[in-house]
Write a protein that binds this ligand. Structure first.
Ligand code: PLP
Length: 360
C-alpha cells in the first residue's frame, strides 16, 4: 500500500529491508540490536554513527548537543520551559495550529507564557507576518511549531527572536530532516522521530550547549537536558532499537545526496498534489494560505462533503490508506513525508481526477 498516515508513517523500503536482514544477527555479532546492552561497544557504535550522520545532514554546529530521548514531542512541551526558565519568567508563543496550542498550554504549568499570535480565529490557515509580532524583550524564549501536522501550515522562514538571549525554540516533529535548516538560528529544535526519520519512541532534541544546566529544581532527571547531554543520551536505557532505525534513515538520506536533494523531491510531490487540488475548480479545496502550505501534510476537503466517506473507502480499495483527516478538522489529509515515493502521490492525484470525473 501507499501509506499517507501522519505518523507513525511510511519508512523507506530499503531501510526496512536492511533492518530485516540485520534483525536476528547484527553484523555478525550474534545478537539483535534489541538484545544488546546499551553500554556495549556494538550499540555505542550505532548511537555514535546516528549522531554523526545527523550532524552531517543538518550541518549541526559543534556548540549544539544532540540528544536521543523518549517521551515524544509532548514531553518536550514541558521539558523546554523546565530547562529554560524559572516559574515566574515570561516566554512568548506563536500558535499556528493544534500542536503549538498544546505546547503553549503545557508551558503554563512551568512559567508565564504569553500568546503573542494565534491563528485560531482563522482556523489555523496562516502564519503571521513577523513585522507585526509584539515580542517581549524579557521573554526567555520564543516558541513556534515549524509545521502543524493537523492543519498543514508550515513556516517557510523563521521569526528573529527579540528576547535578550535571542532564543528561538521550534517543534519540528513533522518536518524534521525534510529540508535543510540553519540550526544556528535556534536555541532548541525538537522532534518526535515517527514521521520522517524512524519509528515512534525516539525524540530528538538539538540544544545549544550554553542553555544547559539551568533546569528548574523540580525538573525530573528524565527531562533535564544537561543530564542527558553529559551522558551522551545514555543516562538511562535509551530507545535502542528506535535509535538504530533512525541511524539507518540518516544513512539513507545522506546516500540520497543530503537534505537539499530531499527537499527538491518533497517540493515536487507537494507541487503536483496542490496543483491537482487548485485545478479541480473547487471540487477539492485546501484551506491553507498558498504561501505557507506544508510540504509534508496536505489537508483538503470535498466541496460535496457528503462524498468524503466514499472517497476514503474507494481510495483504500486502490491501496492508498490513512487519508482520513484528523478527527478535529475532518476532510482528508495526505501526509507525504520523505519516504512517500513520487509514484504514491502520482497515483493519488490520478485517483482524485478520476473520482472527480465520476462525481462532479
Ligand atoms: N508536535 C507535532 C508537530 C506533532 O505532529 C506531534 C504528533 O503528531 C506532536 C508534537 C506530539 O508528538 P508525540 O505523539 O510524539 O508526543
Amino acid at each position: 500500500v501507499f501509506n499517507f498516515a501522519a505518523g507513525p508513517a511510511t519508512l523507506p523500503e530499503n531501510v526496512l529491508l536492511r533492518a530485516q536482514s540485520e534483525l536476528y544477527n547484527w553484523r555478525g555479532c550474534g545478537m539483535s540490536v534489541m538484545e544488546m546492552s546499551h553500554r556495549g561497544k556494538e550499540f555505542s557504535s550505532i548511537i555514535q554513527k546516528a549522531e554523526s550522520d545527523l550532524r552531517a545532514l543538518l550541518e549541526i554546529p559543534a556548540d549544539y548537543a544532540v540528544l536521543f530521548l523518549q517521551g515524544g514531542a509532548t514531553s518536550q512541551f514541558a521539558a523546554v520551559p523546565l530547562n529554560l526558565c524559572s516559574p515566574d519568567d515570561p516566554v512568548d508563543y506563536i500558535v499556528t495550529g493544534s500542536w503549538g496550542d498544546k505546547a503553549f498550554k503545557e508551558a503554563q504549568k512551568y512559567c508565564k507564557p504569553n500568546l503573542i499570535w494565534s491563528g485560531k480565529s482563522e482556523k489555523y490557515t496562516k502564519i503571521p507576518s513577523f513585522g507585526d509580532l509584539q515580542q517581549n524583550p524579557e521573554a526567555k524564549y520564543l516558541h513556534i511549531c515549524a509545521n502543524e501536522t493537523i492543519h498543514g501550515v508550515e513556516f517557510k522562514d523563521y521569526p528573529v527572536p527579540k528576547n535578550k538571549g535571542g532564543i528561538l525554540v521550534a517543534d519540528m516533529s513533522s518536518n524534521f530532516c525534510s529540508k535543510p535548516v540553519d540550526v544556528s538560528k535556534f536555541g532548541i529544535i525538537y522532534a518526535g522521530a515517527q514521521k520522517n526519520v524512524g519509528p515512534s519512541g525516539v525524540t530528538i532534541v538539538i540544544v545549544r550547549k550554553d542553555l544547559l544546566g539551568n533546569a528548574q529544581g523540580i525538573t525530573p532527571v528524565m527531562f533535564d537536558y544537561k543530564i542527558h547531554a553529559d551522558n551522551n543520551s545514555l543516562y538511562n536505557t535509551p530507545p535502542c532499537y528506535g535509535i538504530y532505525m533512525c541511524g539507518l534513515v540518516f544513512e539513507d538520506l545522506l546516500e540520497q545526496g543530503g537534505l537539499r536533494e530531499v527537499e527538491q523531491k518533497n517540493q515536487r510531490k507537494a507541487e503536483i498534489l496542490y496543483r491537482a487540488i487548485d485545478e479541480s475548480k473547487g471540487f477539492y479545496r485546501c484551506p491553507v494560505e498558498k504561501s505557507v502550505r506544508s510540504l509534508m501534510n496536505v489537508p483538503f476537503t470535498l466541496e460535496k462533503s457528503e462524498l468524503e466517506a466514499e472517497f476514503i473507502k474507494e481510495v483504500a480499495k486502490e491501496k492508498m490508506v490513512q487519508l482520513k483527516g484528523h478527527r478535529s478538522v475532518g476532510g482528508m489529509r495526505a501526509s507525504i513525508y520523505n519516504a512517500m515515493p513520487l509514484a504514491g502521490v502520482e497515483k493519488l492525484v490520478a485517483f482524485m481526477k478520476d473520482f472527480q470525473a465520476r462525481n462532479a
